[in-house]
Design a protein around this ligand. Structure first.
Ligand code: SF4
Length: 246
């Protein structure tokens, strides 16, 4: 069952909400826009808008879903935010550990906190751990991710706002590429996406093309839906190799 509109997951689980910007990829943060909108609508959980807020009442949510589901954890925040207490993170990972029927995709731009947290803890086998790499300036996140013993490690190369150059994909199982959406979106040039796809192909890494976003392959701005997901003549929905997935 698909509960989320995000192309590469099935559902979202937000044990915290809110965040603040840490790198260029955050500039037009979708979560910030959504959080402000939800606050204006009076939606529960968004009383603080985009202020980082713990949501302990949401911790039990995955227990209520019996069917095996792929969750994106914290689509509206960053699980490794500076204000996230490690003892709350321990509770999140306890839920993950006790729901082995599900898999959990955790994506961060705070690789140093991730590394610090993982230095004294084991990551459960049903976790896919990822970092965002929006340009060459954030490639150092890959080197940190590689050191963490997670069963699946992935990169979200989204929004791709500049050429990432050469990528060392050793120890990486999955790469997602996508362009930015929204009124102020920055264009993703086709050659930047092609550079990533080629390197995934050469290094045998699963490649997922999420979307063009607001700017099409032809450099024309239109709706995200109209620009679609076709890249090099087809959809790219590859996932990590079956043996990596529980
Ligand atoms: S880290 Fe993610 S959620 Fe936080 S501001 Fe940046 S893009 Fe938004």
């Amino acid at each position: 069952m698909k509960y989320s509109k995000i192309e590469w997951t099935e559902a979202t689980w937000n044990p915290s909400t809110g965040c603040n910007k840490v790198s260029a990829g955050c500039k037009n943060c979708y979560a910030e826009t959504m959080a402000k909108r939800l606050k204006a609508m009076g939606a529960p959980g968004y009383e603080n808008g985009f202020e980082f807020t713990l949501m302990p009442e949401r911790l039990e949510m995955p227990f209520k879903i019996k069917k095996a589901t792929k969750f994106f954890v914290n689509s509206m925040s960053d699980l490794f935010h500076e204000r996230m207490p490690f003892d709350f993170l321990d509770k999140v990972f306890e839920v993950i550990r006790h729901t082995p029927q599900h898999s959990y995709q955790i994506l961060t731009k705070r690789e140093e906190i991730l590394q610090d947290y993982c230095s004294s803890r084991m990551i459960p086998d049903n976790v896919w751990l990822g970092v965002s790499v929006e340009s060459a300036k954030t490639k150092h996140r890959i080197d940190i991710l590689r050191t963490i013993p997670a069963r699946i490690r992935f990169l979200s190369v989204e929004p791709l706002i500049a050429d990432v150059g050469t990528l060392d994909l050793k120890g990486i199982h999955w790469v997602i590429v996508g362009g930015e959406s929204g009124a102020k979106a920055r264009p993703m040039r086709p050659e930047w996406a092609l550079n990533v796809q080629k390197q995934c192909d050469e290094q045998g890494i699963a490649f997922f093309f999420k979307q063009w976003g607001a700017w099409g392959e032809d450099g024309v701005k239109r709706s995200k839906k109209a620009n679609g997901r076709i890249f090099l003549g087809r959809e790219w929905n590859e996932e990590p190799a079956k043996e990596s997935i529980l």
